[in-house]
Design a protein around this ligand. Structure first.
Ligand SMILES: [Zn+2]
Length: 308
């Protein structure tokens, strides 16, 4: 699942590419993935013809003004006081194709970071929404698992979007202080530290990959209960949150899963993983074999020598 660095990579790329583009045509192939209004799209999303018509009718003719992010939610600011909120969930991907990229790729992309993954032609059977702009460029929204969503919300209803109210502090912002982190963690004394780091209400945007990597650098095992973690260890965890996430952004995300950048190329963060996805391999620091353990239904990987 894309985490803060992957989503931030998409945000920065699309912000540059979409700015000032006017939506001419919208194609919705999977009605259950789109919505209009602040309400949460339920898992049993109804297929409503009217809703799709409203989605298309609302966004057609709008200009993409800017793209921002809150936690793992992408916020596309549109002209006319509307925003489009997009969650990539497990396997959501955006591909932005203009004449230059079309010339380079002929419309074919390798959307999985596997050497033998086939090239797929856009739009593919996993393309659920297509935005065509007046200048001929196209934005494709792909999602193999179909857990992602996009919904249009008017600015005056943004306060009613529940996801936005529930997110904890942004770890890259100045207001995410050590005190704020300590206070949030202490509220969850009985839970395991990896689980707490992945809780978007404690700190926004960290998932399986980056919680593993942060805990490796902080030398704390993922399954330790918060109550038993000493203050200096908690301090170390806090200290590594920002640099690990920034490294992820600098490397344009990790493509160990299904993540690809908006031109179909892969992020390089995978090269810098110390423990995530490394079970059975040697620790880059000490040579001990990396182990893994279940934490809150997820798998946490750690070095039994480096992490206590
Ligand atoms: Zn080690």
């Amino acid at each position: 699942m894309p985490e803060l660095p992957e989503v931030e990579t998409v945000v920065r790329e699309l912000n540059k590419k979409l700015k000032g583009r006017l939506v001419k045509v919208v194609v919705v192939n999977s009605p259950k993935m789109v919505g209009v209004g602040p309400a949460t799209l339920s898992p049993k999303r109804q297929i409503e013809v009217e809703k799709v018509k409203r989605f298309i009718g609302t966004i057609k003719g709008k200009e993409f003004v800017s793209v921002t992010r809150r936690a793992k939610l992408l916020i596309f600011n549109l002209s006319g006081s509307w925003s489009m909120l997009v969650h990539l969930k497990m396997t959501g991907q955006f591909i932005f194709e203009d004449a230059k990229l079309q010339e380079r790729t002929q419309g074919f992309y390798r959307l999985l970071n596997k050497p033998h993954a086939p090239l797929v032609k856009m739009p593919s059977k996993h393309t659920h929404v297509v935005f065509k702009f007046t200048d001929g460029s196209v934005l494709y929204f792909n999602d193999v698992r179909k857990f992602g969503y996009m919904k249009l919300v008017h600015d005056k209803e943004m306060g009613q979007v529940r996801e936005l109210q529930e997110f904890g502090p942004e770890p890259l912002n100045k207001n995410f202080t050590e005190l704020c982190f300590f206070t949030a963690v202490k509220k969850h004394n009985r839970r395991q530290i990896k689980e707490i780091l992945m809780d978007n209400k404690v700190v926004a945007g960290i998932g399986n990959i980056y919680s593993d990597e942060i805990l490796f650098h902080a030398r704390v095992r993922p399954n330790r209960k918060a109550v038993g973690i000493k203050n200096y260890e908690l301090s170390n965890i806090y200290k590594y949150i920002k640099p690990v996430l920034l490294k992820g952004i600098q490397a344009k995300g990790s493509s160990v899963g299904d993540f690809v950048r908006t031109d179909g190329s892969v992020g390089q963060m995978g090269k810098y993983h110390f423990v995530y996805g490394k079970r059975g391999r040697k620790c880059k620091k000490c040579g001990t074999i990396i182990e893994s353990i279940k934490v809150g239904g997820r798998t946490g990987s750690y070095c039994p020598s480096c992490q206590k």
